[in-house]
Ligand binder design. Structure first.
Ligand SMILES: Nc1ncnc2c1ncn2[C@@H]1O[C@H](COP(=O)(O)OP(=O)(O)OP(=O)(O)O)[C@@H](O)[C@H]1O
Ligand SMILES: [Mg+2]
Length: 269
């Protein structure tokens, strides 16, 4: 039986514009992710990917729609009680593109994990294992964020997210700023974590090669709407919409990037 661990139905979000009027960042976005599954969200800049990610974790409140984890509906706003807030945090964790802004600059990597573990009533001793798992050694364990490299900071952010044993991990361009070898390391780490913990991933990225590597299903977003969806391999090798073809044509491949083809695809949309 396939159970839908994460269910998002009809998510919509409209932002008021400063000069009056409004902008619809997401419109009627629905999807499910099974336990241990990975869903990619792709689309050009401004298509609404981060808006959907933020709604999932509760950083933005959908105007319409619902989100459920393991059949339990998420409250639109963080609940009041401490226990309820922690339960909610355990359902969905997010890793951002730039973990600098979400890590406390005063805490060493170990202290950062201790804080997360304590908050969730877990043994601080688990920090060692988490650091190990993301490949941070003894030196990095005692370093503060500013003394870590970008890749190391990202691994610390992933370790902190994992500290609470989340059911769902949302990654928004989480490997975008990293060089290819560190990227590969983080992607291997994510695959390992999925096998070991059955965590479900929502993987937002403009990098289609990475999305193909990490996910089984993919949503293609354009102007806040889902314009195509399906198995990642099918969507990225035999796209059904001109927009997805445009996205694919805009990506430099191993055989080089063909600007003429990209231009033709752009005209077709
Ligand atoms: N807080 C906000 N207030 C007003 N408009 C917003 C807000 N957040 C996002 N938007 C608008 O909503 C649209 C979708 O933004 P979003 O950040 O979701 O795009 P994205 O697909 O993540 O793009 P990128 O690939 O560049 O990260 C954009 O037009 C953006 O300007
Ligand atoms: Mg974004």
């Amino acid at each position: 039986m396939t159970t839908h661990l994460l269910q998002a139905e009809h998510l919509s979000k409209t932002y008021p514009l400063p000069g009056g009027g409004s902008h619809t960042a997401a419109e009627d976005v629905s999807f499910t992710v099974p336990e241990g599954g990975a869903l990619g969200i792709v689309g050009e800049s401004g298509s609404g990917k981060t808006t959907v990610a933020r709604m999932l974790v509760g950083l933005a409140h959908p105007d319409r729609g619902r989100i459920a984890v393991a059949g339990r509906e998420r409250e639109p706003r963080p609940p009041r009680g401490r226990a309820a807030r922690l339960t909610r945090a355990r359902e969905i964790q997010m890793v951002f593109q730039d973990p600098y802004v979400s890590l406390d600059p005063r805490l060493t990597a170990t202290q950062c994990l201790h804080t997360a573990l304590r908050l969730h009533g877990k043994q601080e001793s688990a920090a060692r294992d988490l650091l190990d798992r993301v490949g941070l050694g003894a030196r990095e364990a005692e370093a503060r964020p500013r003394d870590l490299s970008g890749g190391q900071r990202q691994r610390l952010a992933i370790a902190r997210a994992l500290a609470v044993d989340p059911r769902v991990l949302v990654l928004d361009e989480a490997v975008a700023a990293l060089d290819v070898s560190i990227q590969a390391q983080i992607l291997r780490l994510l695959a390992e974590i999925r096998r070991e913990t059955a965590v479900a991933l929502v993987f937002v990225s403009h990098d289609l090669a990475v999305v193909q590597h990490v996910t089984e299903e993919v949503l293609v977003m354009r102007s806040g709407r889902v314009v195509e969806r399906g198995p990642t391999r099918r969507v990225l090798t035999a796209p059904e919409t001109p927009y997805t073809r445009l996205l694919l044509a805009s990506v430099p491949t191993a055989d080089g990037w063909d600007p003429a083809e990209a231009a033709r695809a752009r005209e077709a949309v």
